[in-house]
Design a protein around this ligand. Structure first.
Ligand code: COA
Ligand code: ZN
Length: 316
């Protein structure tokens, strides 16, 4: 098997991608406590919230208060989603470390999610990149639907690369390749990651996967094998875009961390405190979460053998 990097970084996006789609209104105090607990787990970045229109994403209308109140752990980069200049202004006011700008690579999803054409988004984000540059705030851009769009179907990799080049030329320090509704498959992921790394050698590449069709972990391995070192993931497999039909959760952070730990890859994330956070999620989002890893325990959480074995196999 082709080996990927020995060390990777995980960006925990549960507080943003996770909570943006939940029906339960999570209290501001609980959001702050969620982020603070995640800060103790070893993540490189935590996407705390989004500075989107409160009409578009009512669940995160308290973005500024959350960003102001979290306890900043040295070494952790606290990021937030920003769709426009208004969002940048709000994010800067409360000291967001890094901006995660967003647009889609497919036309219909961009219109549904951001109420703009892609060319309007490109112009808006170019202005955001300029203003953020003047303010000294680094910006990553998340390109949605790069592996397929729930409205338009397949998305041309040439089109993805055209947008990525424009955004990097305009000042983005990184590009996130987002599989918004779990349409990606491993060979496709490998091809696009290889192409993006080849064509954008100066940009930090991140992969953002959803497990809508059960392929997220396989896709993560495929990306890792091409040399990708940055992965978005959501604790408990929360997540989904409210403006993408059929959207469901991100790749589970705990499953991703556990898998890479088994493979000897250092993610920086400690599984026990993360599992504690995940156990608290059903209370936070007021619904049960199916979680095979919590149910089974980590791979080497072995069990006592049945008591009768000792008698059956006792010497003499
Ligand atoms: N923060 C807060 N309010 C904002 C805002 C922002 N970033 N951007 C716009 N608004 C407000 C405007 O002030 C205006 O308020 P008003 O009605 O009280 O006057 C209202 O929202 C509409 O503004 P407009 O510029 O016409 O925006 P829009 O309705 O065309 O929506 C976006 C554009 C991008 C703001 C909106 O579609 C959005 O936030 N989308 C994010 C979707 C998302 O996060 N999806 C999941 C992640 S992929
Ligand atoms: Zn997502």
């Amino acid at each position: 098997m082709n080996q990927g990097p020995a060390r990777i970084e995980i960006n925990e996006v549960g507080p943003r991608d996770g909570l943006q789609i939940e029906k339960a209104m999570v209290a501001t105090d609980d959001k702050v406590a969620f982020v603070d607990a995640l800060s103790e787990c070893g993540f490189a970045r935590i996407e705390v919230t989004s500075f989107t229109s409160p009409k578009a994403i009512p669940a995160l209308a308290d973005a500024q208060e959350v960003m102001r109140r979290i306890r900043r752990k040295p070494g952790v980069v606290y990021t937030a989603l920003v769709p426009n200049i208004r969002g940048l202004e709000r994010a800067l006011e409360c000291g967001t470390d890094e901006m995660n700008l967003v647009m889609s690579s497919s036309e219909t999803h961009n219109r549904a999610n951001l109420r703009m054409t892609r060319e309007q988004s490109l112009a808006e984000l170019t202005a955001v990149l300029r203003a953020a540059g003047e303010a000294g705030a680094p910006c990553n851009v998340s390109l949605s639907t790069v592996f397929g769009c729930p409205f338009d179907g397949d998305v041309s990799p040439d089109e993805v690369m055209r947008l990525a080049h424009s955004l990097v030329d305009a000042g983005a320090v990184g590009i996130t390749l987002c599989d918004t509704t779990g349409m990606a498959y491993p060979t496709q992921v490998a091809e696009l990651c290889e192409r993006a790394a080849r064509e954008l050698p100066g940009a930090a590449l991140t992969v953002h996967l959803h497990n809508t069709r059960g392929m997220a972990l396989a896709n993560a391995v495929a990306a890792w094998q091409t040399g990708i070192v940055r992965f978005d993931a959501a604790a408990g497999g929360l997540g989904g875009c409210p403006y993408a039909p059929g959207a469901s959760g991100n790749v589970n952070t705990e499953e991703l961390v556990h898998m890479f730990a088994c493979m000897g890859v250092d993610t920086g994330v400690a599984l026990p405190p993360l599992m504690d956070v995940v156990r608290g999620l059903p209370r936070l989002v007021e619904r049960e979460l199916a979680n095979p890893l919590i149910a089974a325990g980590p791979r080497l959480a072995t069990h006592e053998p049945p008591a009768w074995l000792a008698e059956r196999f006792s010497p003499g």
